[in-house]
Design a protein around this ligand. Sequence first.
Ligand SMILES: C[S@@+](CC[C@H](N)C(=O)[O-])C[C@H]1O[C@@H](n2cnc3c(N)ncnc32)[C@H](O)[C@@H]1O
Length: 428
Amino acid sequence: MNGEIPLSSFATALMTAGDLDEGTLCPEKLVSDLMNGHATDFVYNTLSLSDRRRHGVFFSGASWAKKILAGHDLTGWQRFVDPSVGVGDLLLEVCRSLPLQKTASETIRDWGDRLVAVDLRKSFLDIAWMRIQALAFHRHAAEKGQSNKILFKELPINFLVGDALEIDLQLTTDDCVVMNPPYQRIQAPENSFVGRGQRSAAALHLEHITRIAPPGAGIFALIPDVLRSGSSYAKFRIKLRNLVNVISFEPFGAFGTQADIDVAILVATSKPPEEAPTEPQPEVSNEQCIEDFFSVSVGPVVPHRTPTDGKPYAYLTAKNAIVGEEIKVASEFATYSCRIERGPFVIVRRTSSPSDKKRARSTLFSSREEALVENHLLILKPKDKKISTCRRLLNVLDDDRTDAWLNHRIRCRHLTVGAIKSLPWIED
Ligand SMILES: C[S@@+](CC[C@H](N)C(=O)[O-])C[C@H]1O[C@@H](n2cnc3c(N)ncnc32)[C@H](O)[C@@H]1O
């Protein structure tokens, strides 16, 4: 399998850190180093970033693992399944609340029966299993005062090397899937409800689990926020809700420095077949939204790409359109040969981050001239062609509730046409 790491080099790293002294195995130090990201540092220092990006090797760490499972009672499930386990952060978090048996050895046997793990790399499974056993020893020492030498056992038969999209996991109704799947883009198969072409691997992994999970199985998933909020995953969300009961699906901000992506956490249970509607249900709302008053599009001018053999027109760019101001007469002209738009309209910057004070930063173009608009801007044209409607829109965009709505709906750093269209028309 790609880029395996010999387990012996991980053991050597632990010995160098003083964790695995010959004969005097010290669970406390070993477990604390294993828990504190030692395994993750080791993998990240051993594999190249390009290899990790290619296979989505970005681990949750203890804090994401806690967030994913926080506040949920896990006692109802018999087995816990991580179909892309990495070095086991999510299963470790699960094991913190699993019951202990009489001895560490019996606990390890019990956990081996109750955990299922899959990864493309055997070395990750080995490290994950080693960490889980270290936790068992640690908990027996801390909670029962039993201190034993650590004797690592072989991988349980439920720790499988392979492709999670192909392995038959034989999930049962008592299983709970905990997953932070790979996020890189991969080719979607023909029959996928995730869409066509290159799509987020996370969406395909989640789709696979929802298709094979029997009714009642639990699903906890840390996934890219675009799956929750992006317009290109709207159909995916409809299909997903046909297959699972969503308990919560919330944005959680940036994953971390190594993977610059916003994430969301889905908590759901698989639906019984009779509850699954045959037809997709549209995401409906009775509220009036921007789309009821405005057509929304992306500015068509891509400098250096759009041909420049057209007639001269007013040209609006992210640079010359000052946020919060009104343009009565354009100050710049260009000859791009593409779609032109007649004023009045409002332009909104596409670049927009949850950390910005205002998410929809806008400028009113109040002229009735035709104009070219750069691709970094969204164009919101009033259906009634009135400047007064544009001014009402500016108030809506400036409202704090709009920021809150956008922050909830879209965590990624670009406003999408879909999000702006469905933005509620807030007027007191
Ligand atoms: C984002 S990491 C998450 C690991 C772990 N679940 C966690 O939360 O830390 C994704 C893991 O999936 C593995 N992986 C990538 N593609 C896979 C596939 N098709 N089947 C199984 N595992 C895969 C990678 O090796 C990596 O360990």
